[in-house]
Ligand binder design. Sequence first.
Ligand code: SPV
Ligand code: MG
Length: 589
Amino acid sequence: MHQKAQRLRRLLAQADILQVAGAHNGLSARLVEQAGFDAVWASGLEISAAQAVPDANILTMKDYLEAASCINEAVTIPVIADCDTGYGNANNVIRLVKKYEAAGIAAICIEDKCFPKVNSYIPGRQELAPLAEFVGKIRAAKDAQVSPDFMVIARVEALIAGWGLEEAWRRADAYVEAGADAILIHSKAKTPDEIKAFIEGWSGSVPLVVVPTSYPQVTVQQLADWGVRMVIYANVGVRAAVQAMSRVLDRLRQAGSLQAVTGEIASLQTIFDLQEMSRFQAEGKKYLRRAHDSYAVIIPAAGQPQSYDPLDALLHDRPVAMLELQGKSLLQRNVETLRQIGLQQITVITGYRAEAVNLEGITKIFNPEFSRGHILHSIMQARELFDQDLLILYGDILFEPFLLLKLLGCEGDIVLVVDNSFAQGYNPNKNLDLVVARDKPQPGKRRFMPQACNRAVRIGHRSIASHEADYEFVGIAKLSGTGSRRLRDLYDDCQRLFRDRAFHEAPNFLQASFTDLLQEAIERGQSVQLLEVNSGWMEIQNWQDYQRACQLLAQAQPTLSQPHDSGQLSRPAVALAGPGRRCQDGSLV
Ligand code: SPV
Ligand code: MG
């Protein structure tokens, strides 16, 4: 079924005369539709003019077909394609009908001149094709069409060529006899008298089409009264565009400022609307997916400082995540890193000085129990996210993009980023999340570990002695959709079982750390995989960390003489003094 051809036939069967306007591309066709015309004329003159070449078959069938297809795709109304003489003989017509019909064009119009034709308004050569030859083209076209609704309009050029009304009538009759669905009777007279005379003397049964370019004074009502069924304003679009463009360009060239012409040009919004930008955006939102789009990020940043460290002086009005580091907060730096690698869905859990967390484009969830509960409780404030891929990032760490990219590239439902360099300068005052692994870290400084092959056997910050531990948990974890659902179900289960009882290293469930839940998962047989890194992150837990971060960030500012050295930033904080704050005192909740 050919819907547009069917629609054109239905329109022709109605009482009103059809008004059709010419176009040369998708944009001009869309304007034709917006103006309320019944159909679009894919004009040979306009399409040629748009390429600044004569309307004389300088372009090929492929060029015209491409333009007609663009026009057709841009509109919902039917398109009538001006196919000149059929681009050759009857064999060429057969191919063109197949191509145009397949492209969704509702009707083609072929004219009885010799190939290559020249525009009907050009004085001089207007050579008519022999009648029999053109009849053969019409028959070929009608036999080639697939859908019965597809239309073939035969254009009589006898008046253009100066052969008179008798020849025009003779040809019109022969073309109808050959199967033409409509007759376009063309005239270049300055008044409509010639056309009127043709109509009065012709008794053909098919719809009549006219192109009143040379007799513009005629009205649609007059044409309708005379019995015309379709009027084609064949080239107004390109002529209007040329006049408007050259006037505006002249004025702009003289004025030397866009201001002089802004009142005369369409707004950008008008152009965006014509391009259907809003549909494009909606579709993008629905279908576009980048590599890590499935991930949501949770950053717990609710804890209040309780470490009695000099750093606390900077935290009286903000949580540690909002600590300024060389002109940008820690959180902002991390959010920028996340966006840089395509992670957009970022949820920050707030609590202590929640009002200070004022970044654009993040989701905030307030944890009302931030002063009593611990980090697990904070993370689970984002419970509804625990059915998709998740990245959990503690709020007091600074990290480099490559580290996250490496983590995101790891297979596994629960993957923790771990580092074993803590052992080199172990600070007993720091309360690290330690991990005992199934496989011992490889000795030596250089490692090659593209995947998280190792597994956690135990994890915790109290019950594991430093000499037993293989790694420190960095505070970055990746959960697949399966992993996040499992941890959510485990959390729900443990909340029921351990509400007021000790839960691993926590005195009660509210004060549980993330590592307590991980330990429970390990004990229930869940694989907790380890991705070993030895650079790319640092923590900001005390005054020394803070100073060191500021110093490294200052050095990391790229200058011409001193290239950016990301390696400096990536060294983990291994020789820091002062009490650690993570997990022990709830400050990092
Ligand atoms: C066209 O638009 O290309 C036509 C109509 O064939 S006219 O130019 O008026 O002859
Ligand atoms: Mg033409």
